[in-house]
Design a protein around this ligand. Structure first.
Ligand code: AMP
Ligand code: MG
Length: 483
């Protein structure tokens, strides 16, 4: 790995230098070739294993934990920071640089009462979901590898520690700006430094002046909205949308009790610590805006509030447009001559369908995948049998067919549906099965799952079992935050 150390060199007051503490008996649990390419790596090897487990120094790495704050479940926590993630620097790859972070690398000055570690199950989940979302074309941070160990750690019971090697184009969060606005009050100079750094690194087309700042915030609004549009379309619940878990680049980030929907449920809650459903699936678009409002507040020393509000006012459209694009593709609706009235009608058509799915307790992913098998020009649809009240379905289907119009080439149309409606998603029960196997010393199910999820749109008939709905024990699994 070749590093540049721009954050380390340019923002000395934004982190603490801290070295990872090695772990006993490090071993590879998983490795992503696809992520490795991003930083010019090919194969895992022993030298990397020692370096990325914190048992030996990595050449050129500086090792630091960043400071930030954030709104957690609606309340402001003045000082958070990387409590268990240590960044090595920005590794230079063929298409840009990626922060390399050891999540679970050991205690830092921001660990508070935590041990600085991650347990194997959470490290494996973060690895799987990062790579799965990427292959589903959802903006996300990446994961290079998971390193297991026999270091015991205590959560509700004794578990073992593991490290996820995370790659992110940036680790700057909404919470970084909040920290230098609220917690370090009067340090507008720091806020400017952070913003100028962010723009210079990631938005080189923008200038570091008032007009650049204004354009930048609008870009953050749009990128965040776009990410959430993807979540809603693919059926993904993040679970902990605190502002310290929001990447400034609009990439899915810092995964904990996330879930892909099995049965469609608008108010689905995946986080055991969220009984009120603040971060329920259907709340995500609204929370995205709330989080951007917190970011906007933190930026008031730098950007006129009129400009911030004007950008926030564009959020809804910035979310609805990509959402409509994604959902029209799922349904196969032509995207020609789209006007406001058509948008409204399409949103209603999509909404009616998800209500029907929920009422009939259908699997979100399987139901969409079935569009790749229907002949949408025929009166009869194989989808129909999934709906108890067939007359309700028929009414919807007729409206859908009217909107669809004619289809020239049914085979091509079906193939297109299969290229946007995945067959394989990271169902919680599948992650759970893979984790149990790892605990028993069997890595094969984890590697198989990883491989299948790297081609989520391909049929892969021999892996059909991984496209199934959860068994009874795996339905509505709610994960805890104790990771
Ligand atoms: P999260 O919910 O994972 O985003 O974590 C919220 C905050 O708690 C972050 O500042 C983390 O760094 C910190 N944290 C979570 N788990 C641990 C741990 N085991 N040790 C130290 N800090 C932790
Ligand atoms: Mg976090």
């Amino acid at each position: 790995m070749k590093f540049k150390q721009d954050f380390f060199n340019q923002l000395p007051e934004f982190y603490s230098q801290v070295y990872p503490q090695g772990i006993s008996h490090p071993h590879w649990l998983a490795w992503s070739d696809n992520a490795a390419q991003l930083i010019g790596l090919t194969q895992p090897n022993d030298e990397l294993l020692l370096g990325l487990s914190g048992n030996a120094a990595v050449d050129g790495a500086t090792y630091y934990a960043q400071v930030y704050s954030g709104h957690q479940f609606g309340g402001y926590t003045p000082r958070l920071g990387d409590g268990r993630s240590i960044i090595l620097g920005e590794a230079i790859g063929p298409n840009g640089a990626w922060d390399v972070a050891l999540k679970g690398g050991g205690p830092t000055p921001y660990s508070r009462h935590g041990d600085g570690r991650a347990v194997m199950r959470s490290a494996v989940r973060e690895f799987l979901v990062s790579e799965a979302l990427h292959h589903l074309h959802v903006p996300t941070t990446r994961a290079l590898a998971v390193i297991g160990s026999d270091l015991p750690v205590w959560r509700e019971s004794q578990e073992t520690a593991a490290i996820t090697v995370r790659l992110a184009r940036s680790h700057i969060r909404f919470g970084h700006f909040e920290f230098f606005c609220h917690s370090e009050r009067g340090r507008a100079d720091k806020l400017i430094q952070l913003l100028n750094f962010t723009i210079a690194q990631h938005y080189p087309h923008l200038s570091c002046d008032p007009s650049g700042y204004k354009a930048w915030f609008l870009q953050v609004v749009q990128d965040t909205a776009r990410m959430i549009a993807h979540w809603q379309a693919i059926g993904f619940a993040h679970g902990v949308m605190n502002t310290d878990n929001m990447s400034i680049l609009g990439e899915s980030f810092d995964f904990g009790p996330f879930a892909f929907l099995d049965t469609f449920q608008e108010d689905f809650i995946c986080n055991h610590s969220d009984p009120e459903g603040r971060y329920a699936f259907g709340q995500q678009p609204g929370i995205g805006l709330w989080n951007l409002q917190r970011l906007a507040q933190a930026l008031t020393p730098l950007i006129p509030s009129d400009d911030l509000i004007a950008a926030l006012n564009q959020y809804q459209d910035a979310l609805v447009q990509p959402y409509l694009r994604l959902m029209r593709a799922k349904l196969g609706l032509p995207t020609l001559a789209i006007q406001a009235e058509q948008d409204k009608q399409d949103l209603e058509l999509i909404g009616r369908f998800t209500v029907l799915m929920e009422k009939n307790q259908l699997d979100y992913t399987q139901t969409w995948r079935r569009f790749g098998k229907i002949d949408p020009t025929s009166q009869w649809s194989s989808l129909r049998d999934d709906f108890i009240d067939t007359s309700e379905f028929d009414a919807w289907y007729q409206a859908y067919q009217r909107r669809l119009g004619s289809v020239a080439d049914i085979n091509a149309w079906q193939a297109e549906r299969n290229s946007v409606n995945p067959k394989y998603i990271l169902r919680n029960y599948l992650a759970q099965e893979a984790i149990i196997a790892v605990e028993e010393g069997n890595l094969a199910p984890l590697h198989r799952l990883q491989k299948v999820l790297s081609q989520p749109f391909a049929e892969q008939n021999e892996h059909e079992d991984l496209a199934k709905r959860p068994p009874d024990w795996g339905q509505g699994l709610i994960m805890s935050c104790s990771s």
